[in-house]
Design a protein around this ligand. Structure first.
Ligand SMILES: NC(=O)N[C@@H](CC(=O)O)C(=O)O
Ligand SMILES: [Zn+2]
Ligand SMILES: [Zn+2]
Length: 444
C-alpha cells in the first residue's frame, strides 16, 4: 500500500467537475495544489506554464468528480484494546480509502476513553501515521457506566471534540440533564446512542413482521423515539448542543423535524446502511446484517432519506464498527452488532443520488461542512488558499467489494462480494495524498 506523500511538488487536476456546496461551486475547473495548499481553482487555472512544469503531476479530470474530503462523526477504531478488530493505522487507512480527511472516534475502547491520557495517546498515535486527522470523542460517564460524569474540561483540553457513551444510551434523565448542562460550559456536543435498554433487552433485530417470522426478539422503534423525545426536551431546557447518533426510525425523524422547527439546538446523523438496507436483509440470518440500531422497514429508509435531503438529518456518519470473524462467524444470537462502513460510503450513497432520492450537493454537504460544523472543525473546502483536503471520485467505476482489497482489518459487511459503482481514486488530508489509486495504476 502507498504511504502518505508530502506535497512539496505541484499537483494539477485538469478539467474536473468540482462540487463544493460551501463555496457554491459546481463547475468544470482546473485545480492547482502547491505545497499542500490549493493555490488556484477555476476554468483555465492550469496555465500552460503550470501544465508543462517539470515538477507538476497532472491528473486528467474528465469524467471525474472532485469534492471536499469527508468528515466522519462516528467511527470505532478499536484502539486501545481490541486491535485484532481494527487499530488506528488500519482504521485511518480505511478512512483515507473512503475519501475521509477527518475521523471522530467513539470512546468504547478498552479501556473506555474517559480520561485525558487516553485521548492524548490516541491523538499521538494518529499523528505518527500522517493519514486523515483523528478526533477523539470522550465518554459522557466514567467507564460508560451511565452514572458519574467524566472530567469534560480535561478531555476538551486534550483534544476531544464531543462526548458520547455510544454503544450504551445515557438512560437516566438526571444524568443526561447534568451531562448537557456540564458539556454546555465547554461547548461540547453531547452525542446520544438513543436506545431505551429496558425496551430492547435481548433484542437481535428490528421488531416487526420479519422478526416474528424469523423468531428473533425485536428492538421496537419506540425504544429510539422515547429517548430522542426526552432528550429534545432536555436540550430545550439546557440550551446545550445535542446530537443524535445513527438515527434509524421514522418516529425519531418526526421528533427531530418538530424540534428543529421550534428552534431547539439539535442535530442528527444517519448511516449509509440505514439509508440502504432493510430488516429483510436479516432473512437468512447473515450476522453481517446485525447492527445497532437495527436495519428497519422500507418506510423508515424512505423517511431517513427524505430527512437527509431536507436537512432534518444534518450529516452522514459511518458508524464504522469492525468485528472479527470471532464475533461474527457464529449463531445470530451470539454475534456482536456492527458493520464496517468507511470504504463504502461513496458507492452506497451515489446509488441513492442516481435514483433521484438525494441531491448530490446535499450529500456532499452532509459529508463535509455539516459534520464539521457539529464538532467545530474547519470544514474541507475547494477554495484558493485552503488546505488541500479533497477527494477525487470516479462515479461510474464498478468494483467488487473484495475482502482482500478492504483496508479495514475486519470484513464484516453484507456488501462483501457485491458489485458496486463509484470509487474514490485519490484522497488528500491535511495537504497530503493519503490514498492514491491513480498512481498505483489499476489497483482496484
Ligand atoms: N453500531 C453497532 O452495532 N455497534 C457499535 C456500537 C454502537 O454504535 O452503538 C460497536 O461499537 O460495535
Ligand atoms: Zn451506537
Ligand atoms: Zn457507534
Amino acid at each position: 500500500m502507498l504511504g502518505p506523500q508530502r506535497m512539496d511538488g505541484l499537483l494539477v487536476i485538469a478539467s474536473v467537475r468540482a462540487v463544493d456546496p460551501s463555496a457554491n461551486l459546481d463547475a468544470i475547473v482546473d485545480v492547482v495544489i502547491e505545497g499542500g495548499t490549493i493555490t488556484r481553482i477555476g476554468a483555465g487555472a492550469a496555465t500552460s506554464d503550470i501544465l508543462t512544469s517539470e515538477r507538476a503531476r497532472v491528473l486528467r479530470g474528465e469524467g471525474l468528480l472532485l469534492v471536499p474530503a469527508f468528515v466522519d462523526l462516528h467511527a470505532h477504531l478499536r484502539e486501545p484494546g481490541q486491535e485484532y478488530k481494527e487499530d488506528i493505522a488500519s482504521g485511518l487507512a480505511a478512512a483515507a480509502a473512503g475519501g475521509f480527511a477527518h475521523v471522530c472516534v467513539m470512546p468504547n475502547t478498552r479501556p473506555v476513553n474517559d480520561t485525558r491520557s487516553i485521548t492524548e495517546a490516541m491523538i499521538a498515535k494518529a499523528r505518527s501515521i500522517e493519514g486523515p486527522t483523528l478526533h477523539p470523542i470522550g465518554a459522557i460517564t466514567i467507564g460508560q457506566k451511565g452514572a458519574e460524569l467524566v472530567e469534560m474540561a480535561d478531555l476538551k483540553d486534550a483534544g476531544a471534540v464531543a462526548v458520547s457513551d455510544d454503544g450504551r444510551c445515557v438512560t437516566s434523565s438526571a444524568v443526561m440533564r447534568r451531562a448537557l448542562e456540564y458539556a454546555a460550559n465547554f461547548d461540547l456536543p453531547v452525542i446520544q446512542h438513543a436506545e431505551d435498554h429496558a425496551l430492547t433487552e435481548g433484542s437481535l433485530m428490528h421488531e416487526g413482521a420479519i422478526s416474528t417470522r424469523l423468531g428473533l426478539r425485536g428492538w421496537p422503534r419506540v425504544a429510539e423515539d422515547i429517548i430522542v423525545a426526552r432528550d429534545v426536551l432536555l436540550a430545550e431546557v439546557t440550551g446545550a448542543k445535542y446530537h443524535v447518533a445513527h438515527v434509524s426510525s421514522r418516529g425519531a425523524v418526526r421528533i427531530l423535524r418538530e424540534a428543529k422547527a421550534r428552534g431547539i439546538r439539535v442535530t442528527a446523523e444517519v448511516t449509509p446502511h440505514h439509508l440502504t438496507l432493510t430488516d429483510a436483509s436479516v432473512i437468512g440470518y447473515d450476522t453481517a446484517c446485525k447492527v445497532n440500531p437495527p436495519l428497519r422497514e422500507p418506510e423508515d429508509v424512505a423517511a431517513l432519506c427524505e430527512a437527509l435531503a431536507d436537512g432534518t438529518i444534518d450529516a452522514v456518519a459511518t458508524d464504522h464498527a469492525p468485528h472479527s470473524s470471532l464475533e461474527k462467524d457464529c449463531e445470530f444470537a451470539e454475534a456482536s452488532p456492527g458493520m464496517i462502513g468507511l470504504e463504502l460510503v461513496v458507492p452506497l450513497l451515489l446509488a441513492r443520488v442516481r435514483e433521484g432520492a438525494l441531491p448530490l450537493a446535499r450529500l456532499i454537504d452532509a459529508l463535509t461542512a455539516a459534520p464539521a460544523r457539529i464538532v467545530g472543525l474547519a470544514a474541507p473546502t475547494l477554495r484558493a488558499g485552503a488546505l488541500a483536503e479533497l477527494c477525487l471520485v470516479n462515479a461510474d467505476k464498478r468494483w467488487t467489494v473484495d475482502p482482500a482489497r478492504l483496508r479495514s482489518k475486519s470484513k464484516n459487511t453484507p456488501f462483501l462480494g457485491k458489485a458496486v459503482t463509484g470509487s474514490v481514486e485519490l484522497t488528500m488530508a491535511a495537504g497530503r495524498v493519503v490514498h492514491d489509486v491513480l498512481a498505483q495504476g489499476e489497483a482496484r
